[in-house]
Design a protein around this ligand. Structure first.
Ligand code: ADP
Length: 445
């Protein structure tokens, strides 16, 4: 087993990984930027190394500084968390070259899923249904029009290198494409350094269902059921839950088998998530695979009573999946919501100092927080303060617990999305499990 792990991340996920390491008796090294001096994740770790100024390119994405920090502290492995370098296959390769274990899949598997166009081709080879659309890059607006007519409007222009819902454009007509194509290409190129676009059929109000897979280096691959992440804003998840009210055991096994088939074809190792769209007709289509730990992983942990971060570490150290994991059954319902520092009216980040932050931990509630009272939420990073997860014997029990917790949380000094989260959880359609990706627009706008 590893002796010392460097966590190349910040906020709640760095703290989450440090906690798993402590449980396993592994020493921890935090890294931090100028803005994060004295942050909670730095205080939690056994050691901490400054890796650069506040902008992410100079600190949390600074590969040289992070590898140097691992070498200087004698860390034998690096956990990348999510975001930042977690899906960067070059970084994983650099770790290997430096003799440091990267806690995640092989660079090859990451690279194969890193391009959405390539991923669609591989999923198809694995026998996984993919969203109807183009299987190669679309070079020009004229080509896009021709292909969109074949697919049938509405279509979605998507970035092959995309993530975080950025750069997606819905087109309902030839004119829409001709008007938006060049701009979308430019925007995507500047954001991801790769302007490659492709087309997918645009489904109206599907559900977002994703399957958690876990694979060891001894060819064992399992899935831990689904998470539903349909409650989104600007294609970004806000509330996630498991099980989904739309998935019965037959569908779960079909979707699970598809996700496992893809993982096997990739010789995938570690934890990963295969994302699908589920239509009202119960047809599911592959969207993409995230080759890392997801923000919403605690939902699965609460439902299956397992520790996915611990398994990531064990798998990276060469251990086999244990019987406790292979035989784990979904015994509860869990709902997670993401707490953001944001202005609910302008829907923009609301940085500032949290002069008050009271978070009672009620029974059945799990808090994954990156900050505490007195901390400053800076404009340099994602404005997520943390996650609140409630579990119960039934969906209704989990929902009630989450509402009770959110009602008691007190934040002062910054604005948050707490009122919005409560409106979602109390919405009659949510109560009935009538969720889809257009939920916010349909019921809360
Ligand atoms: P990203 O990697 O940018 O997050 P995804 O492909 O994972 O992009 O999609 C994010 C969200 O965008 C989905 O959960 C869904 O709400 C919406 N979406 C993506 N593709 C489609 C599609 N073909 N039809 C309808 N909605 C889609």
């Amino acid at each position: 087993m590893f002796q010392k792990i460097l966590i190349a991340n910040r906020g709640e996920i760095a703290r989450r990984v440090i906690r798993a390491c402590k449980k396993m008796g592994i020493s921890t090294v935090a890294v931090y930027s100028e803005a994060d001096q004295g942050a909670l994740h730095v205080r939690d770790a056994d050691e901490a190394v400054a890796v650069g100024p506040s902008p992410v390119q100079k600190s949390y994405l600074n590969v040289e500084a992070i590898i140097a920090a691992a070498k200087a502290t004698g860390a034998d492995a690096i956990h990348p968390g999510y975001g930042f370098l977690s899906e960067n296959s070059d970084f994983a390769r650099r770790c290997a070259e430096a003799g440091i274990a990267f806690i995640g899949p092989s660079p090859e598997a990451m690279a194969q899923m890193g391009s959405k166009i390539a991923a669609r081709g591989i999923a198809k080879t694995a026998g996984v249904p993919i969203v109807p659309g183009t299987e190669a890059a679309v070079a020009s607006a004229e080509d896009a029009v021709r292909l969109a007519r074949e697919i049938g409007y509405p279509v979605l222009l998507k970035a092959s290198a995309g993530g975080g819902g950025i750069g997606m454009v819905v087109a309902n007509s030839d004119e829409d494409i001709l008007q938006t194509f060049a701009n979308a290409q430019k925007r995507v190129a500047s954001y991801f350094g790769d302007g490659t676009l492709y087309l997918e059929k645009y489904f109206q109000n599907p559900r977002h269902i994703e399957i958690q897979v876990v694979a060891d280096t001894h060819d064992q691959v399992i899935h831990l059921g689904e998470r539903e992440c349909s409650i989104q804003r600007r294609h970004q998840k806000v509330v996630e839950e498991s099980p989904s009210t739309a998935v019965n055991s037959v569908l779960r096994e079909r979707m699970g088998a598809a996700a496992v088939a893809l993982a096997k074809l990739l010789h995938y190792t570690g934890v990963g998530t295969v994302e699908f769209i589920l239509t009202g007709e119960n047809e599911f289509y592959f969207l993409e695979m995230n080759t890392r730990l997801q923000v919403e992983h605690p939902v699965t942990e609460e439902v299956f009573g397992t520790d996915l971060v611990e398994w990531q570490i064990r798998i990276a150290a060469g251990e086999r999946l244990g019987v406790s994991l292979i035989d784990a059954k979904p015994v509860r319902h869990a709902i997670e919501c993401r707490l953001y520092a944001e202005d609910p009216v302008r829907m923009l980040p609301s940085p500032g100092t949290m002069t008050r932050f009271d978070t009672p931990a009620l029974e059945g509630v799990r808090l994954e927080l990156g900050f505490c009272e007195g901390d400053k939420i800076t404009p340099f990073y994602d404005p997520m303060i943390g996650k609140i997860i409630a579990a119960g014997d039934s969906r209704e029990a989990a929902r009630q617990r989450l509402i009770e917790e959110l009602t008691q949380i007190q934040v002062e000094g910054i604005k948050t999305n707490l009122p919005l989260l409560l409106r979602i959880l109390e919405n009659e359609h949510f109560v009935r499990g009538e969720t889809h990706t257009g939920f916010m627009d349909a019921y809360l706008s």
